[in-house]
Design a protein around this ligand. Structure first.
Ligand SMILES: Cc1ncc(C[n+]2csc(CCOP(=O)(O)OP(=O)(O)O)c2C)c(N)n1
Ligand SMILES: [Mg+2]
Length: 348
């Protein structure tokens, strides 16, 4: 029997919004788990899990207006998912086929893997929106480690001077690979750096999706009105940096407070159950539906195959003589071998 559930979560937030945040968090978690297991069987060469950051990323993504632009990194796949980027696109990108997209219309830039490069780009995107008077704001995602890069300081400085409509969303997960937060900066907080550049600042419990949602919503509306904001979302990386990393070599979880390392999904589910806005089986039923969605997305992503000559396609408008020679050498080599890359049975 279906229980009638309340319309308002304990915080006063709309019940449907609270349930939708939880659904997106669970969907992201299941995606993350599947991606790790796909990597473990060699389906893709590496994967950076976001486990532990679901509330931070889903809360922030849900606060964005449809036209707002996301500037993501390799870690922020939960944000792309919550914004509506198809799973198959993310999987294809991670498998090495970034050019095979579905053609979705979510305003999201390619993930930057080079730390902090998205920050000045986001400021440029925001300034262009102001110049064209199109009204969108930009949410630029990056990690605690990015705040030690020159790009961070240059970007915030220019944003402050030109009132760029940008929210700088720093997800402080406590680690930059093996560098812990206290070795990243001697500042008391990351957000206080905003004062130096004359922009707004806000620190939030990144494991509380409602708090992140409300903080980012306010920050985006301040940004639209000409005040860029630096938001620091405090959470914790529960997994390794990437599937190539062994955090047991360096990590000391006990040095973080319990609220920071808590599982955001368990915590939010318990909270909503206590407020009587949730059916007890919601998480299980979302999990089952997402497993099916993933089966289809993996099959779709597997359909992308590469012509070895693509290697020569995406860097130069006109090939150089050296590239022409290399392309010819590969053609000859391919002619001498049947199915040299094992494409015929690569998905078995
Ligand atoms: C400019 C640059 N320097 C170094 C690296 C290598 N690198 C990859 S991830 C990373 C740590 C980034 O930490 P943080 O910004 O906290 O993001 P997180 O991985 O925790 O999401 C580093 C140093 C890089 N990708 N780009
Ligand atoms: Mg980090």
């Amino acid at each position: 029997m279906h229980r009638v559930i309340g319309e308002r979560a304990p915080s006063g937030i709309d019940g449907e919004l609270a349930r939708s945040l939880l659904r997106s968090m669970v969907r992201a978690r299941v995606f993350d788990e599947r991606a790790v297991s796909l990597q473990r069987r060699g389906w893709m060469s590496g994967y950076p899990p976001f486990e532990g950051a679901e509330a931070s990323q889903v809360g922030a993504a849900t606060a964005m207006a449809d036209e707002d632009v996301l500037v993501p990194t390799y870690r922020s796949n939960a944000m792309q998912l919550a914004r509506g980027v198809p799973m198959a696109d993310i999987l294809r990108f991670r498998r090495g086929f970034p050019e095979y997209g579905s053609g979705h219309d979510v305003p999201v830039f390619p993930q930057s893997i080079t730390i902090a490069t998205g920050i000045p780009q986001a400021v440029g995107i925001g300034m262009a929106a102001t110049h064209r008077d199109t009204g969108e704001a930009v949410l630029c995602y990056f990690g605690d480690g990015a705040t030690s890069e020159g790009d961070f300081h240059e970007g915030l400085n220019v944003a402050g001077v030109f009132d760029a409509p940008v929210v700088f969303f720093c997800e402080n997960n406590g680690w930059a690979i093996s560098t812990p937060e206290p070795r990243q900066t001697a500042s008391g907080t990351i957000t206080q750096k905003a004062d130096a550049y004359g922009i707004g600042r806000k620190r939030v419990d990144g494991n509380d999706p409602i708090a992140v949602y409300e903080t980012v919503r306010e920050a985006l509306s301040a940004a639209r009105a000409g005040l860029p904001v630096l938001v620091e979302s405090l959470t914790h990386r529960r997994g390794p940096h990437t599937t190539s990393d062994d955090p047991s070599r360096y990590r000391d979880r006990a040095s973080f407070p319990e609220w920071r390392t808590a599982d955001p999904i368990e915590r939010f589910e318990a909270y909503l159950l206590s407020g009587d806005v949730l059916d007890a089986d919601l998480v299980q039923s979302v999990r089952a539906a997402v497993e099916d969605e993933l089966d289809a997305a993996v099959q779709e992503a597997e359909r992308a195959t590469r012509d070895p000559e693509d290697l020569f396609e995406w860097a130069y408008a006109e090939a150089t003589p050296a590239l022409d020679r290399q392309r010819e050498a590969i053609r000859e080599w391919l002619d001498r071998h049947d199915d040299p890359y094992g494409n015929e049975n690569q998905n078995e």
